[in-house]
Design a protein around this ligand. Structure first.
Ligand SMILES: C[S@@+](CC[C@H](N)C(=O)[O-])C[C@H]1O[C@@H](n2cnc3c(N)ncnc32)[C@H](O)[C@@H]1O
Length: 508
């Protein structure tokens, strides 16, 4: 037996990037189900499992922001599981279980049934056998009424690029080098082939843009995205058929943005789509209209349709938070790449209401400045603000104090790591229940603020120990004075522009 047999051909000599995916957060899943009028799992007390959780960054953030939930993170790569465990222990999280089991082993493990099972970036990167195990796992371990988030590479969007991936994998197949080296070799060879005008590149003109984009991607990401033995984009209809064996029904997209993509379709395309009565076929044809490459689907075991009144009541409890400063809001924007002008008579009062504090839809409806608007208009405006990264879903006010403590402990553990490097550029928010993007330097300014020390001296000491210097306008700042002056400027900018937002999101 080879040492690496447990990998089933999946890349294991390089770790995956740290990331947080808001779409797999329970509130996001619940909101998207409600929005399509499906009864969601409860958020009061729930069990949640992330399959193929990578470094477990998302699972840790969700566990810290949802002390009322019990979380499982499964990833057969022991380095991933150990890294996830290291963070969970540093944050003293009590409601998270992390293991380095394979999907097959986890299927046999003694666990409770889950309200939520999520898999991001997993299903089309494994072989048929493991896909079947996942379906069995969903069949056995998902509660009745439970929800599944499943993302996957989609056809037909990948059809032109599939040979590029195969080319890079075949060219490096016999190399004994590390996967990251293979990535470099594969990219260089593809570039060479493009340079000699191979007809594949000429007759698939979009591929050169993919190749160019790959050059700029993180090598860890490229290794996991393209260099595992199995890599299979799937049609939505195939996935629906496979998950039917676990008694699962497709209910909604997990990505609110998806609702607005139809703005890009012309009348004939919309008519054609509307004429297709079978929902699986309609979704698949929609993927042809957009040449979709990636889908985030929500499935439910035993979906229950809500009446309109039930839906309104449940959506009214959803809460929303502003994640930019009100003065930063622009009214002429691009919505999924489509230029639109926001009606200021709707959006201005909405934004100023949210600027005070996060609010439920019910609370917004009661705002004197919004009483003229109906429920549907406010909901639609909120969805547009979510899609344009202005507003995010927020957790209920209940148990906010408890949450603040678990989140503060997790953030403290992440901030400590920022002293040594820039691998984790996300912190958790007890208000939104999700992750907030925050650069390493912002993390260090925040750490100095929390420790009540002079940020310039604190960061300059760290940089000196690590032999680092700041870069300004492409030039390395050499002298201590120049570095400290720049740090002083950055500290002021952080205090003026970022700190108020971090305070609003409960990080301070
Ligand atoms: C592309 S990564 C995605 C990680 C994470 N979900 C994310 O999106 O950041 C896929 C993950 O699935 C894990 N994986 C692949 N096959 C597996 C298996 N058979 N059992 C358990 N984990 C597996 C890999 O180790 C890897 O961390």
């Amino acid at each position: 037996m080879q040492m690496n047999d447990w990998t089933h051909g999946y890349v294991a000599d390089v770790s995956y990037d740290y990331s947080f995916f808001p779409e797999i957060a329970p509130i996001s899943i619940v909101f998207n189900l409600l929005d399509k009028s499906f009864f969601p799992p409860s958020l009061e007390k729930f069990t949640y499992c992330e399959l193929g959780c990578g470094q477990g960054f998302t699972t840790n953030i969700l566990a810290a922001t949802h002390p009322q939930g019990e979380f499982w993170g499964v990833d057969f790569n022991p380095t991933h599981a150990a890294e996830a465990q290291r963070l969970a222990e540093a944050a003293q999280l009590k409601n998270i279980h992390l293991c380095d089991q394979s999907f097959a082993e986890f299927l046999q493990a003694d666990t409770p049934a889950f309200d939520f099972i999520t898999l991001h970036g997993v299903y089309s990167w494994i072989g048929d056998e493991n896909r079947k195990i996942i379906v069995e796992l969903l069949r056995q371990k998902l509660k009745c009424g439970g929800a599944v988030y499943l993302s996957y590479n989609t056809l037909p969007g990948w059809s032109a690029v599939m040979p590029l991936r195969d080319l890079m994998v075949q060219y490096t197949a016999s190399s004994a080098d590390s996967t990251v080296q293979k990535v470099e070799q594969g990219l260089a060879f593809a570039q060479q082939l493009q340079g000699v005008k191979a007809r594949y590149f000429l007759e698939n003109p979009t591929v050169k843009y993919d190749l160019k984009e790959m050059q700029g991607d993180s090598r860890n990401y490229l290794a996991h995205e393209y260099f595992s033995r199995d890599w299979r984009p799937l049609y939505h209809s195939e996935v629906v058929q496979q998950l039917a064996d676990a008694k699962l029904t497709f209910t909604a997209s997990a990505d609110i943005d998806d609702q607005f993509h139809n703005l890009k379709l012309d009348e004939s395309q919309l008519d054609l789509l509307a004429s297709i009565t079978d929902s699986t076929l309609r979704e698949t044809i929609r993927d042809f209209l957009f040449n979709s490459r990636f889908r985030r689907d929500l499935f439910v075991r035993g979906p229950i349709k809500l009446t309109t009144l039930e839906q309104v009541e449940l959506l009214s409890n959803c809460r929303f938070a502003l994640v930019v400063l009100p003065e930063e809001i622009e009214y002429e924007i691009e919505l999924v790449g489509y230029p639109i002008k926001l009606d200021e008579t709707i959006y201005q009062p909405l934004v100023s209401a949210l600027a005070d504090c996060p609010q439920t839809l019910r609370e917004l409806m009661r705002q004197p400045s919004l009483t003229k608007l109906d429920f549907a208009s406010i909901l639609q405006a909120l969805k547009i603000l979510i899609t344009t990264d202005t507003v995010v879903l927020a957790l209920s006010k209940v148990e906010e104090e408890q949450r603040k403590q678990t989140v503060a402990a997790l953030n403290k553990a992440i901030l400590q790591r920022a002293r040594f490097g820039a691998d984790t550029q996300i912190l958790a928010s007890p208000i939104t229940g999700g992750g907030i993007d925050i650069s390493r330097s912002e993390q260090l300014f925040l750490l100095a603020h929390l420790r009540q020390v002079d940020p310039v001296q604190f960061i300059w000491n760290l940089l000196q120990v690590q032999g680092e210097k700041l870069i300004k306008e492409g030039k390395v700042l050499d002298s201590p004075e120049a570095n400290q002056a720049e740090l002083r400027l950055q500290a002021q900018r952080f205090a003026d522009l970022r700190l108020p937002l971090l305070e609003r999101l409960g990080l301070v």
